[in-house]
Unconditional design. Structure first.
Ligand SMILES: Nc1ncnc2c1ncn2[C@@H]1O[C@H](COP(=O)(O)OP(=O)(O)OP(=O)(O)O)[C@@H](O)[C@H]1O
Length: 223
């Protein structure tokens, strides 16, 4: 799908966070990088109307997310840096069931069973979510997001809390996603084989292109 930013500005309180973002993202694998506080998360959050631009528009395949925020939330699965912030039910199974609560029982159960198997959490189905490791919690959050069949997954620093082994596992899971993926990250090695990387600096796009070239620009900027 096309994720199009048209002159997106964002003021939060007395801070100007985004200062005129223009981009049309159609690639399958898109990275967003930049310094702390540069506006990456805020930009990512405009994609599913979690944050509304003060000026400008965000269009998903031509539809303004402000006109159809519910549609945007269906189309865009969002992963937060801390998976616990999006786990809402006491056990793994219940949390997955919550994602598909509107569906008929048989379909709900079939989907949850498939999600448990795909995410490797079948052995933990009836365990309390808070006892899962950070890596497992992240798997659960991703599984819950995927249960609603989003067209795009936007992941905001999903590997920040993970150890090296879980970072690698997460990288493989993200690589295997059939969905379009927008990944905000400080783990630049995750972006090696991405199609496109945006560098955000003080609310503007400072570089936009192939990973190697944009990462080199970022490294020069940070020295
Ligand atoms: N609700 C808010 N009210 C006021 N300012 C905010 C709010 N949310 C974010 N900000 C500010 O907006 C700026 C951009 O924040 P954002 O989280 O988008 O940056 P980021 O590039 O994702 O940073 P990081 O790499 O540290 O996660 C920061 O200066 C932050 O303090």
């Amino acid at each position: 799908m096309s994720i199009r930013f048209e002159d997106v500005h964002l003021d939060l309180g007395d801070r100007t966070v985004l200062r005129g973002i223009d981009a049309d993202l159609t690639e399958q694998r898109i990275g967003i990088i930049g310094a702390n506080g540069s506006g990456k998360s805020s930009l990512a959050r405009t994609i599913n109307a979690l944050v509304r631009p003060t000026r400008g528009r965000v269009l998903l395949s031509g539809t303004d997310v402000a006109q159809d925020p519910k549609g945007a939330r269906r189309a865009v699965g969002f992963l937060f840096p801390d998976a616990t912030s999006q786990i809402v039910m006491p056990t793994v199974r219940e949390d997955l069931e919550f994602s598909v609560r509107g569906l008929p029982r048989a379909e709900r159960e079939a989907r949850v069973a498939a999600a448990l198997a795909d995410s490797g959490l079948a052995d933990h189905a009836d365990h309390p979510c808070h006892l899962l490791s950070s890596g497992q919690q992240q798997q659960l959050a991703l599984a819950a997001v995927l249960l609603v069949d989003p067209q795009v997954v936007v992941a905001d620093e999903p590997t920040t809390l993970l150890d090296l082994r879980n970072q690698r596992a997460a990288r493989e899971r993200f690589a295997a996603l059939p969905q379009q993926l927008v990944l905000v990250t400080h783990h630049l090695e995750l972006l090696d084989d991405f199609d496109r990387v945006l560098l955000v600096d003080e609310g503007r796009i400072a570089a936009d292109g192939a990973p190697a070239e944009v990462i080199a620009h970022y490294e020069r900027m940070m020295t």
